[in-house]
Ligand binder design. Structure first.
Ligand code: ADP
Length: 474
């Protein structure tokens, strides 16, 4: 079966990215093409996209979009058919997608309601003869799109909402119900009312025909209070339409064979050279495993655990390079570690895609001690690049890494080190295990070869989405 999907999101690689959401939205259209499903992506035309989309034709007009007119421009980027919502009064601003120099934009609820409104209208009415079968909304920013279809008429279009991170819920005060063009009857605990206000994410969760999240384990976790962040009951009530589909990795972008020097499962000399280059770049000399962290520096990612566990790891021969930015306290803690262990630990604060490639190419291990992790991408880069993932057993980390244990080593299937609970004891024990595994070269080589052979591409996930759409439209 084949069909058409309108994907709607606030970020899409390569145009705008603040996290894994953008990677997924950008990769899915190409991955789906082989399954017969055609996907177009609708996202805002932020200031950073004005020049790039300057000559694009206008394919949709919206007279009244919360304080000004809107238009949709159509173009193609990296093989993906893009629809950009041009509404300068909402999106032509300094800063990133959600915030400017003064912090979060105060009208974010309206900005992304506008995106969702236009998505629902295009899905319902079609665009120049292109009528989607499915509207696929991502996260709270697009959460109102299924709601607008449900409350305003769907035109036969089915809807899917994917939760990439339940922590962001798109809350607005109750008095905005009418402003957001939502019906009074929807202001109800069984609908979109949430803690006395409106949650766009909850609106999507209660109205979408299907709910997905980005790993099977996170799908199950979301129904528990420890992970559901207040929405566990809402998701549990819709359990029959909830599923988890793992993200893939863009293996065109993340390919050890394409790095400089290139390497691969059968030609690991390049990896040794990359490790040496990495040590030289950061002034490190590391006799044991060289670990990396490439991450937002937040409590979610367990970065606060590093100061307690890294000293013993370093004493045991290990080294660490941290690349990330985020919480100033955690940035400071990572800087302090580097100052305390010169030649063994280095910290770079910032976002640097090219550097992240060098890190994965040269590293022996990547540390992902997240408290929750809907899917996670860096452990998959680690698998592909032979940087053994050391991960907390949560969410997508639990679904993608097979921890070394007597059983998995005997079966020859281990691909990394896993730990739970997510605390300094668990993480410290995992690093001790990493040191011990690294000290056994034959075993280490086997683990690394298992890791590099683990499929992390989009094929399986794309097939799962295609079958979800097929089930919906059958
Ligand atoms: P999240 O979306 O929660 O931040 P993911 O692991 O799903 O976590 O995706 C994070 C993405 O951002 C990965 O592609 C990762 O490599 C990238 N990334 C995070 N921090 C940095 C950084 N400082 N420099 C380069 N890339 C980064």
């Amino acid at each position: 079966m084949s069909g058409r999907v309108l994907s709607v999101a606030s970020e899409c690689v390569p145009l705008v990215k603040t996290g894994g959401l953008a990677d997924v939205v950008g990769a899915l259209p190409g991955a789906l093409a082989a399954t017969g499903w055609e996907m177009r992506v609708l996202m805002p035309r932020y200031r950073s996209l004005l020049a790039q989309s300057a000559g694009w034709p206008v394919v949709w007009d919206e007279a009244d979009l919360w304080g000004g007119p809107g238009r949709v421009l159509a173009g193609e980027v990296a093989g993906v058919r893009m629809l950009l919502l041009d509404a300068p009064h909402l999106f032509d601003r300094d800063g990133g997608p959600y915030s400017g120099p003064l912090g979060d934009h105060p009208d974010n609820a309206v900005r992304f309601a506008a995106l969702s409104w236009v998505a629902a209208r295009i899905a319902r009415e079609g665009l120049d003869g292109w009528k989607p079968d499915v509207l696929h909304a991502h996260d709270w920013q697009a959460g109102l799109a299924p709601a607008y279809l449900a409350y305003g008429g769907s035109g036969g279009v089915k809807s899917v909402l994917t939760v990439h991170n339940i922590a962001f819920q798109g809350w607005a005060p109750a008095h905005m119900l009418g402003i957001l063009r939502l019906p009074g009857h929807a202001f109800h605990p069984d609908a979109l009312e949430y803690y006395g206000g409106i949650s766009s994410l909850k609106a999507g969760l209660v109205t979408a025909d299907r709910i997905t999240t980005v790993s099977p384990t996170y799908a199950a976790e979301l129904m528990r209070p420890e992970f559901g962040m207040g929405l566990q009951g809402v998701i549990a009530a819709r359990a029959s339409v909830v599923s988890g589909i793992l993200n893939g990795v863009d293996t065109g972008v993340w390919s050890p064979e394409a790095e400089d020097p290139p390497f691969g499962p059968k030609a690991m000399a390049g990896k040794a050279a990359a490790r040496a280059a990495l040590c030289a770049e950061f002034g490190l000399e590391v006799p044991g495993p060289l670990a990396i962290v490439v991450s937002r520096l937040t409590d979610q990612k367990g970065i606060d655990l590093l100061p307690a566990v890294i000293p013993d790891f370093v004493l045991g021969g290990g080294g660490l390079v941290v690349l990330g930015s985020g919480d100033p306290t955690l940035e400071g803690a990572c800087r302090t570690l580097a100052a305390r262990f010169p030649g063994r630990v280095a910290t770079r604060i910032g976002y640097d895609e090219a550097m992240s490639h060098r890190l994965f190419a040269g590293a022996d291990a990547v540390l992902v001690p997240s408290r929750f992790e809907p899917c996670g991408l860096t452990q998959m880069y680690g698998l592909r690049y032979g940087a053994l993932p050391v991960v907390a057993l949560v969410g997508g980390l639990a679904d993608t890494v097979i921890g070394a244990s007597p059983a998995t080593l005997a079966a020859g299937v281990a691909t990394g080190v896993t730990f739970h609970p997510v605390d300094t004891l668990g993480f410290g024990q995992a690093l001790t295990q990493l040191l011990a595994l690294h000290a056994q070269p034959k075993l280490w080589t086997r683990l690394r070869s298992n890791a590099m052979g683990h499929p992390v591409g989009w094929e399986t996930s794309a097939a799962a989405y295609a079958s979800l759409y097929e089930g919906l439209c059958a």
